[in-house]
Design a protein around this ligand. Sequence first.
Ligand SMILES: [Mg+2]
Length: 394
Amino acid sequence: MKPPQVLHLDIDAFFAAVEEMLDPSLRGKPLVVGGLAHERGVVCTASYAARRFGVHSGMALRTAARKCPQAVFRRGRYHLYSRISQQFFACLRRFSPRVEEVSVDEAYLDVGGGRYLCRSVYDLAARIKAAAEAETGLKISAGLGFSRLGAKLACEAAKPGGLFWLHDEEEWISHLTLDKIPGVGPQTYFVLQGLGVRRVHELKSRYISLWKKIFAGHQRGGLERGRPEPANRSFSRETTFPEDIRDEGLLHSHLAYLLDRLAMQLLRERLFAGRVEVKVRFSDFSTFCQRAALSFPTYSYFQFWQSALPLLQALRTKKDLPLRLVGVKVEDLQAGRDILPFFSLRDEQLTAGIHDVKERFGASALRSARSMLLEELYPIERDGMVLKTASLTK
Ligand SMILES: [Mg+2]
């Protein structure tokens, strides 16, 4: 059987849980975050203890106070919640290249490539859940599914704090009443009931086009990419040398520098490259290119270097002449990828770390040792070296 590929995660009673974490005396008590009992406004989050009294988010604060007079009311510290929310998503992004933020405390993850990381997708889901819980200090519910809807419903069923996977997802969904389906509000449900339709399979068998409309988004297995694929896009950098170069070390330095710039550009645009190309021009103006497919789409400078160096070496043997130009190109750009490259995660984290430093302190703040020879040749400015080809330094 195909493994599930969508993981839905949801922090339990998020705002209330943060307040409880910071003030353990609140633990287990009915707690309402959103405002004080007499204030106008609505409940943002109710703790599970408060929910037992029928308090739920969206309810007027005064109504909540009537239903549960002993509840503790808090206005909420949203800057704090937002910080924890960022930690939550940062943690998830370490596990999957495709994370969709649904709200401050809810996310869909594409774990389709996870079989390379763990014994099973279920193990991977448990690991992600445990990591996110450890890093936020909060309880998180999780659901695995073949589709987003399946994952979401499994997560609902797992609340609070569990991890569920509905093996017979389709069967399970088909017997649900339609009010359980996200996107079907009370009014729609009322109308559907008027048509004599209460359950999903009834709608499907009798009003297929309506069913399609409601389920179009839910049926999707993989996550939608945030942006359209950048079809046929490529990034390239090249430079003509001030004087023709024969020295291998110096050529490698140029290659390293150019690849580093490309990696940073990919990171800035959040793209992965599937192929790398190296171009050389000899002193007699003859020009050659060679390209190699990367073993998986990446933005890792280190992967680029590993693939590009042999290309440069091969191109060098074409003629016994010095070079006047070297260029690099990354192609096959994509906004996401289906395979999680286990072995390159460290590489990519390192590349991303370098990128962060450069973004903050300027591209010259952190330079690879491989490109150090260039410092003899070119002036260094905050945003990089001033190579001979002006377009390079933009
Ligand atoms: Mg939640």
